[in-house]
Design a protein around this ligand. Structure first.
Ligand code: MF3
Ligand code: CO
Ligand code: CO
Length: 276
């Protein structure tokens, strides 16, 4: 397998898949509150994807080599869960933070992958800061995306920002190319050195999805074969967008009405083009 470069039709397909993936998160937002179980959130999302959107979950039954089939339509990663948390019957409680990660497949076979952090009711200043810094870390990576830049530029920017804020970057999981395949080349590391690794070219589509820990970077896997937690049980946060490399820079594909706005430094660095 190798990197796939999307043509005009591919870009159209990816735009649609990614918008729909983002709209699933929009749909879930009002339901993510104290007292609700993650299984109920999963059920709502599954129903919305299949019966409203006409999409399918990419995670339901997903089985990479060495894994058991993933049993749900999304991932719910709560507090010290780093990623791949499986929905269950425990009600959410005020003060929790949780990532919801949704990947859809459209009728045309395109995949859109994204995740957001949700603050349940209200949370501690420390938990909210971790969510906010992780969001900014993702965007520090996104703004590096343009033809001629390298994957190492993205990883470096994310790592530098996260570590300068006193956090650590999970190493074992990374962003990934995406298209008509869920996880394709290249791997998009969230740490690294500028000027290294694959050169970015127009038509590439990949995710940027940093997992940032409040404590140490080390993780461990739980007995269910999927759930990843921080080894020191410190809080962990993650945000994810799917990005297209354009002729001049980047386009964030996983946007919809409910997407949070980019941080201030993004708007300042890339003002909207003047209209004649
Ligand atoms: N959506 C996740 C990602 O960002 C992958 C989840 S795989 C699952 O790549 F099986 F755990 F759902
Ligand atoms: Co992903
Ligand atoms: Co994802």
């Amino acid at each position: 397998m190798s990197i796939t470069y999307k043509d005009a039709e591919g870009v159209r397909g990816m735009r649609e898949a990614c918008r729909l993936a983002s709209e699933v998160l929009d749909y879930l937002t009002p339901h993510v509150k104290p007292g609700v179980t993650t299984r109920e959130i999963d059920r709502l999302a599954a129903d919305y994807m299949v019966n409203v959107q006409g999409t399918k979950s990419a995670t339901l039954g997903y089985q990479p080599p060495g894994y058991p089939p993933y049993p749900a339509s999304l991932c719910t990663s709560l507090n010290h869960v780093v990623c791949h948390g499986i929905p269950n019957d425990k009600p959410l409680k005020k003060g929790d933070i949780m990532n919801i990660d949704v990947t859809v497949i459209t009728r045309d076979g395109w995949f859109g992958d994204n995740s957001r952090m949700y603050i349940i009711g209200d949370a501690s200043i420390a938990a909210k800061r971790l969510c906010a810094i992780t969001y900014e870390a993702m965007w520090h990576g996104i703004v590096r995306v343009k033809p001629g830049a390298r994957l190492g530029d993205i990883g470096f920017a994310i790592q530098k920002f996260a570590e300068s804020n006193g956090y650590s970057v999970v190493r074992e999981f990374c962003g990934h190319g995406i298209g008509k395949v869920f996880h394709e080349e290249p791997q998009v590391l969230h740490y690294g050195k500028p000027g290294t690794l694959e050169e970015l070219k127009p038509g590439m589509t990949f995710t940027i999805e940093p997992m940032i820990n409040a404590g140490r970077k080390d993780i461990k896997e739980m007995g269910d074969g999927w759930t990843i937690v921080t080894k020191d049980h410190s809080l962990s946060a993650q945000w994810e967008h799917t990005i297209l490399v354009t002729e001049t820079g980047y386009e964030v594909l996983t946007l919809s009405a409910g997407s949070p706005p980019p941080p201030a430094f993004v708007a300042a660095a890339a003002p909207a083009p003047a209209t004649a």
